[in-house]
Design a protein. Structure first.
Length: 375
């Protein structure tokens, strides 16, 4: 699962959004805009919904204000040509600006990995354009083309962590979600986590001719107290499965946690050791076996990584309040190597991918074995 970067690949400069001199990490303009949308209700004095912890919320908002995140202006993000790229894939020509809302629906369905919704949105766009809604092979090609646009124009997961003596802030943004996770301590109370979450959607920019990202905040933040974290810890041990069909086993107790991934294709096992702190899971695996990495990375490179470089795989997961879903990120690092002799030149900064685990449900066995286990 280490991605590769061959020598000579062009680097892409990202537009950065500085929120405050005290903030150690720069945040992209896109993520800055989403944070502004997410926190807007609290800048405007929204009272938390019934049941929310008012003291925890006040402490969290105080921490965000100290970091310059609460009151930062929304940076401009339009003019990226996203609508034009989708319009070209769908052969809309000069009519593209007429269908910005429909193109946004296609983009959002792709971001949520909902193929049927994306196909339905393509057909709805064609109907609104007074064209025959596509079917069969024609629809397959259009779906493939817009998916290629989405892959090329969508940023990967962005993760920024700020750690201070009296609080910490973890910002995570993926194609379809944005989250700000604040650990802070109200006067006379134990530390609590306050989690602000929102759905990422696209909307028309100020010109009305292109698309820009925006966030729809959840009705209220989620608070995790030490007591709630202890109750949650008792419910998350057991078997889970990720979106690729790989099995995960969670074990341990208290603040100690272990997660073991079993790859569906190879049955190779990867063990992560970590901690459970205030309801948040962190784990790490040090690469020591070429089989830890996907086979699309050349074997000589994987052997060097396992024997000499030993980079880490890291994960961070947040259990749902019901304890039936673990959602967060998995991280590794890109590697640059010589394509002629496969000698590794450099290990790069971490990159992040979404990781979602759900409870492994009942399946139908064939011949006494699970289908992926073979004959």
């Amino acid at each position: 699962m280490i991605a590769l970067t061959r020598t000579g690949r062009l680097a892409v400069a990202l537009l950065l959004w500085s929120v405050a001199p005290a903030l150690a990490a720069d945040i992209s303009a896109e993520t800055g805009a989403l944070l502004s949308d997410l926190l807007k209700p609290y800048r405007e004095g929204q009272v938390a919904a019934p049941g929310a912890d008012a003291k925890a919320l006040e402490a969290a908002l105080g921490a965000l204000k100290k970091e310059g995140l609460l009151d930062a202006p929304r940076p401009a993000t339009g003019g990226a040509g996203l609508a034009e790229a989708y319009g070209k894939a769908l052969a809309l020509g000069t009519r593209t600006p007429q269908f910005v809302a429909e193109l946004g629906a296609i983009h959002d369905a792709l971001s949520r990995r909902n193929e049927q919704a994306a196909r339905d949105a393509i057909r709805a766009l064609y109907a609104r354009a007074s064209r025959t809604p596509p079917e069969g092979a024609t629809l397959d090609k259009l779906y493939k083309d817009v998916r290629a646009v989405h892959s090329a124009r969508t940023r990967g997961v962005e993760r920024i962590e700020i750690a201070r003596d009296d609080h910490s802030v973890l910002i995570t943004r993926s194609a379809d979600k944005v989250k700000v996770d604040v650990t802070a301590k109200a006067p006379g109370a134990e530390p609590t986590r306050t989690v602000f979450e929102g759905d990422v959607v696209t909307r028309a920019d100020t010109s009305g001719k292109d698309l820009e990202p925006s966030a729809n905040p959840a009705p209220a933040p989620r608070t995790v107290t030490p007591e709630q974290a202890r109750e949650l810890r008792a419910r998350i041990n057991g078997l889970w499965i990720d979106e690729d069909g790989n099995k995960w086993e969670v074990s341990g107790s208290g603040t100690t946690i272990a997660l073991t991934e079993t790859r569906a294709k190879t049955r190779h096992r990867i063990a992560y050791t970590g901690r459970f702190d205030l309801g948040r899971i962190s784990g790490e695996h040090i690469v020591s076996d070429p089989a830890d990495m996907e086979a699309d990375l050349p074997l000589p490179v994987r052997q060097q990584l396992a024997a000499t470089w030993k980079p880490p795989f890291r994960l961070g997961l947040d259990p749902s309040a019901a304890g039936d879903r673990l959602e967060g990120t998995w991280s590794s690092q890109h590697v640059t190597y010589d394509p002629d002799d496969y000698k590794i030149k450099r290990i790069h900064d971490p990159y992040y991918r979404p990781l979602i685990l759900t409870r492994a449900g009942p399946r139908v066995a064939q011949g006494g074995r699970w289908p992926q286990d073979g004959p």
